[in-house]
Design a protein around this ligand. Structure first.
Ligand code: NAD
Length: 303
């Protein structure tokens, strides 16, 4: 079986256009330009390129960005003060603190200082908690899981009643992905670094989502024939032929798994562009909620 390739670049481009059209209509209705503040602490090279990509996408969609770059050794109080200022600034509708943070900073306190209604990454403990509770909506769904949902919806891949296995339990991807799929009535298993015999679990998955950060972790023999495989991993591997001396690969051994799965996301060009597109969607919704009173965190009106 040759898997269908879920083309994240193409789907994300349509969502970016979706957001751009709605940002323009919102500006015409309210006179307000949606604004996103990005906070980057330290000089982690991958984080710099992610923040740059997010800023570029905002600019293309008509969203204003306010960028704050702080040195790696910045103290907690300075970060908290900045977040306090951004929380009160009416031009800033969304606040994004790029993770990971330097280890001396208190991530919990920092993420909890972002007001719920500006938490466009959806990492505030209250937003994460609500995501897991039936009948309680979060203000925002984290961008990577939301982007994966958009891809599954576009490809017509059912979720309810399916067996989903998620590799990774991080706050950014694994845990919110699990909560989201649970909300959507999948039977969910979460695997992590202490899970023994991963293959026995992964082989039961109709939907397998890998968010670990280990190149080629998921091999062909770990996948049930016909499964849908979503590769979230972004790993730099040395490649002397590549212009930058490295290339990007996912957590999935792509060729092997594509021969077995029914659908698969490539890396690059899979989940990554969807994450950026969903940040635009969430920032627009933040502005709508703040100025017009309501915005659903779900993709209910589709493309
Ligand atoms: P993380 O380091 O915070 O979490 C990794 C998780 O993997 C942990 O929960 C850990 O328990 C688990 N793990 C480690 N070894 C394992 C193993 N052998 N088997 C099963 N689970 C194991 O990382 P993260 O922030 O969740 O990111 C994961 C990957 O996804 C990284 O490659 C990151 O670059 C990528 N990422 C991609 C996007 C995107 O938009 N495509 C967004 C965020 C993160």
């Amino acid at each position: 079986m040759a898997a269908k390739i879920l083309d994240g670049r193409a789907i994300a481009a349509r969502w970016r256009d979706w957001a751009k059209a709605r940002v323009e209509a919102f500006r015409a209705r309210t006179g307000h330009v949606p604004g996103l503040a990005t906070v980057l602490i330290g000089d982690h090279p991958a984080s710099q390129s992610y923040v740059q990509a997010k800023q570029n996408a905002c600019a293309a969609a008509g969203i204003r960005t306010f960028h704050y770059r702080l040195p790696a050794e910045v103290d907690q109080e300075t970060v908290m003060k900045l977040l306090g200022t951004l929380a009160c600034n009416p031009e800033v509708n969304g606040i994004l603190v790029q993770l990971p943070l330097p280890s001396h900073l208190d991530e919990e306190e920092i993420l909890s200082a972002i007001p719920l209604e500006k938490d466009v990454d959806g990492f505030h403990p209250m937003n994460l908690g609500r995501l897991g509770l039936k009948g309680r909506d979060p203000y925002f769904i984290p961008c990577t899981p939301l982007g994966i949902l958009a891809m599954l919806q576009e490809a017509g891949i059912p979720i309810a009643g399916r067996r989903a296995v998620i590799l990774g339990r991080s706050r950014i991807v694994g845990l919110p992905m699990a909560l989201l799929l649970l909300r959507l009535d999948a039977t969910v298993t979460i695997c992590h670094s202490r899970t023994p015999d991963l293959a026995t679990v992964t082989r039961q998955a109709d939907l397998l989502i890998a968010a670990v950060g280990r190149p080629g972790l998921v091999r062909g023999e770990m996948v049930q024939p016909g499964a849908v495989v979503i590769d979230v991993g972004i790993n730099r591997v040395a490649d002397s032929q590549a212009p930058r001396g490295y290339r990007l690969v996912g957590d999935v051994a792509f060729e092997e798994v594509a021969a077995i799965a029914s659908a698969i996301t490539p890396v690059p060009g899979g989940v990554g562009p969807m994450t950026v597109a969903m940040l635009l969607v969430n920032t627009l919704k933040a502005a709508q909620r703040q100025l017009e009173g309501f915005a659903s965190p779900w993709l209910e009106d589709g493309l």
